[in-house]
Design a protein around this ligand. Structure first.
Ligand code: 2BA
Length: 109
């Protein structure tokens, strides 16, 4: 058995969960925040048999898309009279950051 931990963009999460469910794969969606952009994203916890991993990764590839986000740099402490122009920096995010980890045991209690 494996656990897939997939960090996806909020816009893609609903479609990903539905497509996984259509294939009989259970998942849990957790709200999360990226450390770099400090913007909301979603983390999917997907427990599944080894034989379903390829199917789940295919669903994630199909439903999660790369997008541009903009990061506005925080201005440095300026001396009086100094002027700082904060230009937004474009960052490419996603499709998904995926970890596949082995599961020692799985129980529903
Ligand atoms: P964030 O940490 O908010 O990162 C958003 C995007 O910013 C990243 O997209 C990447 O393009 C860029 N980025 C991140 N750290 C950077 C840095 N130190 N310098 C320059 N650019 C940087 P993705 O790589 O697609 O990551 C999307 C989200 O996936 C991340 O959001 C984070 O929540 C998660 N993630 C990515 N790598 C991870 C890891 N190794 N462990 C845990 N979560 C991870």
């Amino acid at each position: 058995m494996k656990l897939i931990i997939a960090v996806v963009q909020g816009e893609d999460a609903g479609r990903t969960v539905l497509a996984l469910t259509d294939k009989g794969i259970s998942s849990t969606r957790v709200s999360s925040t990226g450390g770099f952009l400090q913007q909301g994203n979603a983390t999917l916890l997907i427990g599944l048999d080894d034989g379903q991993v390829a199917d789940a990764l295919e669903v994630i590839r199909e439903t999660c898309h790369e997008r541009s986000r903009y990061l506005t740099p925080v201005p440095p402490l300026a001396e009086p009279g100094e002027f700082f122009m904060a230009f937004p920096v474009e960052v490419q995010v996603g499709g998904a950051t995926v970890f596949v980890v082995p599961v020692d045991s799985f129980e529903k209690i």
